[in-house]
Structure formats: C-alpha cells, structure tokens
Design a binder for this molecule. Sequence first.
Ligand SMILES: O=C(O)CCC(=O)C(=O)O
Length: 304
Amino acid sequence: MMDINTPIPIVDGSTITRKTFESQYLNPQKPVVLRGLWKQYPAYEKWTMDYFRQSMGDIEVSLFSSKQANPSETLAVAHAKMKFNEYLDLIERDPTDLRLFLFPVFKHKPDLLKDFGYPNITGRYLKIPFMFFGPKHSVTRMHMDIDLSNVFLTQFTGKRRVVLFAPNQSSLLYRLPFNVHSTVDIDKPDFETYPAMRYAKGCTAVLEHGDTLFMPSGYWHHVEYVEGGFGLSVRTLGHNLPTILRGAYNVTIQRKLDDLLRWAQGDKWFAYKKKVANRRAEAALKALQNQPPTAGNTTQTALG
Ligand SMILES: O=C(O)CCC(=O)C(=O)O
C-alpha cells in the first residue's frame, strides 16, 4: 500500500557541521529537516506577516489559483492581482486558493537580502532566493523542480506539510514525459486510475517556524499549507555533472519543446503524455510483481 508516513529525520540545524551535512545528507541525497539553521540570521525573528505588510504592502502581486490551473501546463499566467498587504490579510483571514509562487521579493526590496546569508553547511549556492506565500489548506501539486537543483526550504510563519518521493519513484507516480509534473493526487489517491501508485513510498515532514527542509535534486514534492504562512527557498547546484546537465536541458530544450508541442497539438499532446506515463507505470508495476518476495520489499531495486 502507498506509504507516505515515514518521517523525514529532524536534526539540530544550528549546530550541524558542513562535514556531517555533506557526508550524511547531501552526498547520499537524503532529505532532512535542519531545525534552527536560520537562527544565525536576523530574518529568523524579523520576517513576520506584519513586517512584510509594513515594508512592502503597497506593491501589486500576481496570484495563481490552484483550482483554475491547467494540469498540462506549468503555472505561467496569473489568475488575480492585488496589493501585497491585501493578500497577506486575505491569507490570514479568509479561505482562498490564491497563491503567490516563486515570488522575487528581493527585486522589490533588495534590503531584505541583508537579513540572511547562505548557510555554510555546503557551497555552490545559486543565489536566487524565492518566496512562497499560501493560505491554509492550499496545495502545491506534486512536481519536481525543473532545474534538478538541491533545494533548501525554510519556513517562517505558519506550517507546511511536505511529502517527498525519491526520483526513483517517478514511474509509480505517473511522471508526465517532457515535464516535471505528475497528475496523481496523493491526498485523494485514485488507485483505479493509477494502480501503480499503491506501491509508491514517500516520506513526510511538517515544517514550522525556523525549520529548513533539505530536498535533494529531483525529489518529488507535494506541499500543503496546514496553516497560512510563508517560506523561502534557496538552491545549490545538482549533486553531480549528469544531474546538472539534465537540469540545464530541462529548463532550456525540454521546456521549449513541451511548450511548442502543446501549442501545436493542444489536448492531443497532453493525452499522449498521459499515455506514456501509464505505459511506464505499468512496466514498473510488472517489474515489481515479478520480483521474488524474498528480494526485499522496496520498489527501488525494480525501478532504480
Ligand atoms: O510552498 C510551496 O508552495 C511550494 C514550494 C516548492 O514547490 C518549491 O520550493 O519548489
């Protein structure tokens, strides 16, 4: 049966050394919650909803609705616009599904960059931080990050539940080809349509103020805002050359090709991608079913 309840380990991020982080988590590409990693920076205390309301409440923000989003596309076109402070009020007060994704907050207020640094637990940072704001119950559907970088996701206000799956689970999650999305919903699993999903194995963490989740390259993530709030993500280069090259290919050629074929073929292109995803899932399922029971019960051997 699909298992997503394995807890992601939590360690003290305020004392972890670079050697430990790299040898135990980064190099073997294992997720971990680094609790308190950002205690060393002013942002840890300073960044609250009120702080953002007061310092940049006037700017206009473009919002995305998860309900209106087309599952065949990466989010590109905004569904609503409003003043930032109105949006912050809204996510604290009312149910809404409007989300602020990949928000380049530092373009609007470069001073915020003085509030934090890049933790010395590793190097090779891509210094392009993004912020994410969301209301209670909003969900970021399952995807992996297109550039295949390692991601460090830090939570400020509110709580975010993050479910992760390793890249070797892609076929069981019906990964769409030419893309980094999946159409499965792990919170309302439809095992009739997606039988291979039964065998997927993931892990979960609920991030609270001051937690930084390390998500290794290519990890699938499904994010739910258990409470309205916000977080910031920074990234480091993928862990080896093939991953870095694959990430570069994804953001350039593959994305353009996908856009072009969607434009040229419309629904037919999406139908084709779903067919390929199904075929790969069936093959993965067959491989699992043919595995002798004594060969261990992980899906990884059959799919790695
Ligand atoms: O918080 C979110 O909505 C999504 C975060 C995410 O997907 C990411 O950092 O890649």
